[in-house]
Design a protein around this ligand. Structure first.
Ligand code: AR6
Length: 170
């Protein structure tokens, strides 16, 4: 069974085997978690992302997929970059959001990571409602078959923390 822990704070300070980045398909950085990870992790991460683009993802990393790089200067071994869906009122994209968590854990298993820190994917710039984002995150991690021992959701504010706490321990 994978243990689920909740932390209030900045994911770039997490000591974990792998830290998940809420990236975009370009893999070239952005705002939010993505900006913070590249700033604090240093240029080595961007260099690795550019190499991945050149070798595998010329058209971009598809939504719902995940790929790992070095964590540069972060206190983690790897960054797992995943691309969340943009929230849509017209279209149900929940399966893609669930896929981000599942694929990130699959990549973590390939790496041999035992502790993985996740942000609340898609709930910032991509506009996903926090309560629903928390539900999908917790349900998907609970249902995943993975050797990861601890998943840590690192939440940036009290509202996000509360939404996750409600799902983990209602
Ligand atoms: N630590 C933990 N959580 C954070 C941090 C942090 N340092 N910074 C923000 N959050 P977002 P998305 C929270 O926007 O919605 C980027 O430009 C934030 O409050 O980082 O998947 C990418 O390049 C929110 O709850 O990711 C993409 O273009 C959650 O993390 C796009 O944003 C996710 O917010 C991805 O959008």
């Amino acid at each position: 069974m994978t243990r689920i822990a909740l932390v209030l704070g900045d994911i770039t300070g997490e000591e974990a085997d792998a830290v998940v980045n809420a990236a975009n398909s370009s893999l070239l950085g952005g705002g939010g978690v993505d900006g913070a990870i590249h700033r604090r992790g240093g240029p080595e991460i961007l260099q690795a992302c550019r190499a991945l683009r050149a070798s595998h993802y010329g058209k971009g990393l598809p939504t719902g997929r995940a790929v790992a790089t070095t964590a540069g200067l972060l206190p983690a071994r790897w960054v797992i970059h995943t691309v969340g869906p943009v929230w849509s009122r017209e279209e149900d994209r929940s399966a893609l959001l669930a896929s981000c968590y599942r694929e990130s854990l699959r990549v973590a298993d390939e790496l041999g990571a035992r502790t993985v820190a996740f942000p609340a994917i898609s709930t910032g710039v991509y506009g996903w409602p926090m309560d629903d984002g928390a539900r999908i995150a917790v349900e998907t991690v609970r249902a995943a078959s993975t050797a990861v021992e601890e998943v840590r959701f690192v939440l940036f504010d009290e509202a996000a923390y509360g939404a996750f706490a409600e799902r983990v321990d209602p």
